[in-house]
Ligand binder design. Structure first.
Ligand code: F0G
Length: 461
């Protein structure tokens, strides 16, 4: 069968409020042309993030009811810890309220001013937590990542030669750990191959440097390995996941992604002494070590989600449904990053709107037009997000200007995706009339969340 079906049935629904084009034009104007400033109820299809927005299963909701809210040593904690140990294989498990809390604790202990942390590409909170400690976050994406259209299967990989050179130059005195992000969110949700993970691990071990995995989308990455790396074709995805982690010394995880949870995360290591220091910080900021920043019921929901996410029928559906969106856009001549990533489709706004220069924010203009056309909320990843020099405030073009359509897990159906495709097609037809934008007001840091915009010249709506 060619038709992709969702491998689940729907037994509870959330209404979506439909709006007219005129209403949406007024709503986005009132939100100063920044989709972050919209009310969620005014959005028809919300593709702002895949984080914390997944649909939980009947089993996960049932597990919430089993939650044991004891302050110390709850049953929920043991179910959570055992599941994490079984899949990730690390001896020490530290629950946190979300991924960035795990990062904050890890880097708070390991990074000192002047230290360097390499990664294939740091996610923005990871980078910020390293820089907050006075460290330097260095991105080492593989050279293939810069070609947005080639069909290279593992564009999330790290540049092994560059890593080797950096490790030789700086050594373990300056590099407290090496990290790899699976899948590589900031580089299009592209996967990292097992071969690449092994190579990173080898370099790290030879240099005596701990190797960590940012594991947010570990199940999607493991399934990409199964489908794209020939040696793994016949291996169960859960075993592939275990093998990935077997090369690492620890991980950070946001359970808001590949655990279907609305909140939660954890930090793992095999180093009992380090874990003790991490727990001391955990108690200050998150909570007692058997609950971290979470309720017992959250721990139970995560334990169920971590097992469910490794279901191969689900993962086939997940990767195919994302690919369906990217393929259809690509076949219609609409510029998207190819091949599709796991959790999101990235439209290349610079090629979509070649008449709008980067400093007039083409991806912001496109995100606004998607909302006006069809009530779709997406996020700009480009010159608005990365274009201001934090020291001087000077504007410069970011590496790319992309619109990310992040797809929440098990939330939208194929017909919702067809609606998204039709909407993008309609905006594509009138692309030449779309104007660039300017920033009216913006804070110094993380300006994309709250900046206010207006059209350059008369609006195209
Ligand atoms: N690492 C990666 C690769 C992420 O994508 C995220 C979050 C985090 C760490 C932080 O986890 O949100 O639980 O604190 N990414 C979300 C996104 C916000 O929209 O891509 P968190």
């Amino acid at each position: 069968m060619q038709t992709i079906i969702e491998p689940f049935r729907i037994k509870m629904v959330e209404p979506v409020k439909l709006t007219t084009r005129e209403e949406r034009a007024a709503l986005i104007h009132a939100a100063h042309y920044n989709p972050f400033l919209l009310r969620a109820e005014d959005v028809i299809i919300d593709l702002l993030t895949d984080s914390g927005t997944s649909a939980m299963s009947a089993d996960a909701w049932a597990a919430l009811m089993r939650g044991d809210e004891s302050y110390a040593g709850s049953r929920s904690w043991y179910r959570f810890r055992d599941t994490v140990q079984e899949i990730f294989g690390f001896s020490q498990v530290i629950p946190t309220h979300q991924g960035r809390a795990a990062e904050h604790i890890l880097f708070g202990i390991t990074v000192q001013p002047g230290f360097i942390v390499p990664n294939n590409t740091h996610f923005d909170t990871t980078r910020a937590n390293i820089e907050y400690r006075g460290g330097k976050a260095i991105d080492l994406p593989c050279p293939e990542a810069t070609d947005l259209v080639s069909d290279y299967p593992f564009k999330g990989n790290m540049d092994i030669e560059a890593l080797d050179a950096l490790v030789r130059l700086e050594g373990r005195e300056k590099i407290p750990l090496i990290m790899v992000t699976v899948t590589n969110n900031s580089a299009g949700g592209q996967p990292v191959s097992m071969e690449n993970i092994r190579a990173i691990s080898r370099i790290a071990r030879e240099a005596g440097i701990p190797f960590y995995i940012d594991a947010c989308r570990f199940a999607e990455n493991a399934h990409f390995i199964k489908r794209r790396e020939p040696a793994f074709r016949n291996r169960p995805t859960v075993e592939i996941a275990r093998e990935m982690f077997s090369y690492a010394d620890g991980c950070t995880m946001s359970a808001k992604k590949d655990a279907f949870a609305n909140i939660g995360g954890f930090l793992c290591t095999n180093d009992a002494e380090l874990a003790q220091r991490e727990r001391n910080i955990l108690i200050l900021s998150e909570g007692f070590p058997t609950y971290g920043g979470l309720a017992g019921r959250d721990l139970d929901a995560i334990a169920v989600g971590l097992r469910e996410v490794l279901d191969e029928d689900y993962l086939d559906y997940r990767l195919l449904s994302t690919r369906y969106v990217a393929r259809h856009l690509h076949d219609a001549g609409i510029p998207v990053i190819m091949p599709a990533g796991g959790h999101a489709v990235y439209v290349d706004a610079r090629r979509f709107l070649p008449h709008i220069p980067p400093l007039s924010y083409p991806a912001q203009a496109l995100a606004v037009e998607l909302f006006i056309e069809a009530g779709i909320r997406a996020v700009e990843i480009g010159t608005v997000m990365f274009g201001a020099d934090p020291q001087t405030g000077e504007e410069r073009p970011a590496r790319n200007d992309l619109v990310r359509l992040a797809i929440p897990r098990r939330v939208y159906t194929q017909s919702h995706m067809d609606y998204v495709l039709e909407a993008i097609g309609l905006v594509w037809q009138r692309r030449e009339q779309i104007r660039g934008m300017r920033i009216l007001r913006a804070p110094q840091y993380l300006r994309h969340f709250t900046a206010e915009f207006d059209w350059l010249g008369p609006a195209a709506v």
